[in-house]
Design a protein. Sequence first.
Lengths: 369, 461
Amino acid sequence: MIREVISIQTVPALQDAVRAQPRLHVRGGGSKPALSTPPAGATLLDLSGLAGVLEYEPEEFTFTALAGTPVAQVQEMLAEQGQYLPFDPPLAQARATLGGVVAAGTNGPGRFRYGGVRDFLIGVRFVDGQGELVRGGGKVVKNAAGFDFPKLFVGSLGSLGVLAEVTFKVFPEPLAYASLGVDLPDLDALLPLLFRLGRSPFDLHALDFHPVEPGGSAAGWRLWVRLGGLASTLGPRLDKLRAFLGQGEPVTGGQESVHWQGMLDFTWQPEGTALVKVPVTPQGIPALDEALARAGADRRYSVGGNLAWVAWPGKLALLAELLQAYGLTGLVLRGGDGSPGPWLGALPGGVFAQRVKGVLDPEGKFGPV
Amino acid sequence: MDHTHPLLQELARLYPPERLLTRTAQLAAYESDALTAFHQRPEAVVLAESQEEVIETVRLCHRHRVPFVARGSGTSLSGGSLPVAEGIVIALNRLNRILRLDPDQRLAVVEPGVVNLHVSQAAEPHGLYYAPDPSSQPICTIGGNVAFNSGGAHCLKYGMTSNHVLGIKAVLPDGEVVHLGGESLEGVGPDWTGFFVGCEGLFGIALEITLRLLPLPETFRTVLAAYDSLEAAGHAVSAVIASGLLPGAMEIMDRLAIQAAEVGAQAGYPRTEALLIVELEGEEVAVEAEFAQLLQVIQGTQPVEVRTAQGGDERARIWKGRKAAFSAVGRLAPDYIVQDGVVPRSKLGEALAAISALSREYGIPVANVFHAGDGNLHPLILFDGREPGALERAEELAGKILDLCIHLGGSITGEHGVGVEKRSFLPRMFGPTEMALMHRVRRAVDGRELANRGKMLAIGE
Ligand SMILES: Cc1cc2nc3c(=O)[nH]c(=O)nc-3n(C[C@H](O)[C@H](O)[C@H](O)COP(=O)(O)OP(=O)(O)OC[C@H]3O[C@@H](n4cnc5c(N)ncnc54)[C@H](O)[C@@H]3O)c2cc1C
């Protein structure tokens, strides 16, 4: 099918396009094809040309950039000043853009330390369904004036408007990292350890776990605990952590960074599967995991057991059914048979969502919410 | 509205007489919040004890088109819990149960009337705490915190209320009940929970709030540095930030505020022009290493005196003085207005110089206590309300400070909310498009503008 694609270079052009087109779909860098492939009849707005950093004040811990700016470019800029995006955006290597990360609401393992994209997005400019350019939030790290529109755009998938510009809070990046890998026979052994860690005063940078054998669980589990800070302190901190857990193998240097980078790039995702984000609670994991293992799906649990990344091998309809049975919702990022999707399961928000949607997108130009 | 008003008659069926207040003497306590310059007597106050009562009350108000104001502890500093004329107040203090505390998943599900500090107290035996720490935390409620996205001294690292709310069950202004968010740190779909937080009660009443808890830090190191000028203290903040450290808190107090804290809490602060408090928290090994680095940075900023606290007692005393500063200022003058503006951190020096110039120009003393780490100023404007015109002049000065914050690229409120006090400033910070959209959103959620009418947004625009 031939679809119309409009390449957006400026904010006024974005406004014009929104005003002119009856149905729209936005693509940033295209790193999450399940989200950026337009439904039939929708015009595709390519925002990758609406790029560039507008302001960066390292001392303020803030920067402002156009929505199509590649995450990787920003990360490079921040790194020069010893700063970083603490929510650890995934798929930066696959050309994820800032706007795409916000709209998809995706976070990496580092989210465990200080919070997610919702906690670091402090200001937006967006074009609503009537083509108006609206500002929400601000450019200072603390601001309680007016409705919090930036929050609304996190995870919105473009259903409430098109992001044109984003302002983020950033933090100084830990100077060094080190990890502990802990091998455990099963989830029954892993979860109590996870809970004990969670209540302990260790400042954990990341806390992930996954079955050792892809798609199965018979070969046991590996828990990954990451620390960040001054290089000189990591050795003693790792020792203390190991003493606390009574086990664990230190992983440092290149091997360590390769592991965590792989989590961001989803290098573990088998060919031919769909990559699905599923918010979970740690206590809900055993039941879900059994079902996923039965289906032969590889999966990784991130953010202290609050986020499941599922590589689904079969029909998405089956996963949707499975998630529904556990009261969960999923979001397909890439791969899969395209239907249902990208949302699997009930959309949250109820009538509150419908009322707000009606204001921001009265003509229904954007996708559902 | 007299007692024969159908709403009052229906409320009388819902509430026993001791929980439906209508007599003038009973209502007096509810006429103001902590912004005492404003008063309004409500028609009635209901003391709700269950979520069902709140929902039913909201439905009745909707049916009878009577505006309502939710009230936690009434410590709002912007007139947020000020009653509205011809309206009722729904007091939520008695909905004060912690419904669930789940240490494994580090969360607490609470009713809106739960006092902020009580959450941390309940979590402490499990090695956890609730991070946002407004100075009013021994009295203010989680419901009020949610409405205002309240902050505190320790927001630099872990953020404000909205960063710690995972889910909300709320009754919308027409009586519909919605569930936003959940128990996971992650979500899919727009962040409706985050959008509800900070709505100043305009989207309805939060009935149940799921809070994220954090592990108690292993150790703290607190540094108190005295400077001979506010500018010098401001530069020290920049130096700490530039060093790559991320303290849990960075606070500054000026001479007047120091004086107030001495009177109020005998904190034993050095008598000086400006005090900087910097606190590091975390694992002991890390904090010790960062502390050495911090002291080096501080030494390079020409402090006149540096004190450090390690033990719990010393630390508690430093914070007691800081947290008492607001209320203690009351001893320096009969009345005061607390302002709450934000400027970019690098503009702190400029903002403070401009505030002291304004203070001289108006001949009105202004004490400054502020969250320096995030550029959140709290000028305390001292006046005597018995002098004719004094309040108006103090308000005029407060307004100039807000204009200054907007001019410097900041915000008119960092944590106290817009309320009634700063309503006229919101359109100066946002343009007509933004204001129109906020009004439209508000009316889509609350077509009759019953919830907190006249707060944040002007009526019927
Ligand atoms: C001495 C002092 C120090 C303070 N220090 C700080 C500080 O450091 N940081 C800070 O941020 N604030 C501070 N404040 C301001 C105040 O304490 C906060 O705004 C607090 O969140 C208000 O809580 P409350 O329970 O008193 O709410 P109230 O004043 O009763 O209500 C505040 C607003 O919330 C609405 N509301 C209440 N409950 C609900 C609910 N369940 N659902 C929806 N809306 C609701 C009300 O309608 C009102 O608009 C301080 C106040 C004082 C007096």
